[in-house]
Write a protein that binds this ligand. Structure first.
Ligand code: PMM
Length: 297
């Protein structure tokens, strides 16, 4: 099927890909996310430097981000969960300050209480890496009218990389996402508020990640906008370093920009990245090519 622009309806506004692929900038206010964990934490006590996180988010908007994803709990392999109160204390000041200044904010959480508080404070999107597994999360999404990202993850972060197995990873992930989206619409979430995400690196081997990225059109052919997050993930380092000493996550931004461009060319609506400037450039090139083909038909 030929590429077509997508509209994703959020709580109080809509985003569309008519002009370009959307770039979501990442702000993790966590001590332990794999790439930027601890960037906004001051002192040994682990106090969050909210002002630094807010300033960083504005910098990403300046670099061309269309929206900002704020996370307060690390989802890296092996991460341990934290409680609602701690997560709310970490993310809330950042969510409300950004929303008040007009930024489109997504909250990266799998906790209904955190999502509810964030949407109350102005967040437009609930980004749930557990694919709305908690029935309360479905209720919050339906009641608030927020946009939702339903992500695929096999297992839970603590153990998800132990031995992920699939029959056919592309078909299995696609079926899961479409089923979860159906479940959400049956529970009252508007269909055009749902975005789906294959969850690169979440319960997937190196080969699973590559197969999913190779066959993104299986997802972009569904009725839902698609979000893809490859930013600085380990499989990029594995390709580049081929067994040699691994480079640091922040040295994977060129690789991330390449996957962002490929995603945009496959019709993905949103790429989620740390280095916004690099992926704005690479997706704009893919966008120009995809849209120029459209003008000639
Ligand atoms: N990846 C991470 C966290 N949240 N959310 C979505 N929707 N998709 C992802 O791929 C995703 C995510 C892990 O990366 P981080 O620790 O750098 O945020």
């Amino acid at each position: 099927m030929a590429w077509r622009p997508r509209t994703w309806r959020l709580r109080s506004r809509s985003l569309d890909t008519e002009d370009h692929t959307l770039v979501m900038g990442i702000v993790n206010v966590t001590p332990d996310s794999f790439s930027d964990g601890g960037a906004f934490i001051k002192g040994a006590a682990g106090v969050v430097d909210h002002d630094a996180a807010i300033a960083h988010a504005h910098g990403l908007i300046g670099d061309g981000a269309d929206l900002i994803d704020v996370g307060g709990e690390s989802t890296r392999p092996g991460a341990l969960p934290i409680d609602d109160t701690e997560e709310i204390e970490r993310v809330m000041p950042v969510v409300s300050a950004l929303a008040q200044s007009g930024v489109t904010v997504s909250v990266d959480t799998s906790k209904p209480a955190v999502a509810e508080a964030a949407v109350e404070a102005g967040a437009e999107i609930i980004n749930d890496v557990t694919g709305l597994r908690n029935p309360d999360m479905v209720r919050v999404a339906a009641e608030t009218g927020a946009g939702v990202v339903i992500m695929h993850m096999q297992g839970v972060p603590r153990t998800m990389q132990a031995d992920p197995t699939y029959g056919d990873v592309v078909a299995d992930v696609r079926r899961y996402l479409v089923d979860r989206a159906e479940m959400a619409t049956d529970a009252g979430v508007a269909r055009d508020r749902i975005c789906i995400d294959p969850g690169i690196g979440f319960g997937k081997t190196f080969d699973h990640n590559l197969q999913l990225l190779h066959d993104l059109k299986a997802l972009t052919a569904t009725p839902y906008p698609v979000l893809v997050g490859t930013s600085r993930k380990r499989f990029l380092g594995a390709v580049l370093d081929a067994g040699a000493g691994e480079r640091k996550p922040a040295q994977r931004d060129g690789a991330t920009a390449a996957t962002s461009a490929l995603a945009a060319a496959a019709g993905v609506s949103v790429v989620r990245v740390h280095n916004v400037a690099a992926s704005v450039e690479s997706t704009r090139i893919a966008d120009a090519i995809v849209r120029s083909a459209l003008r000639q038909t």
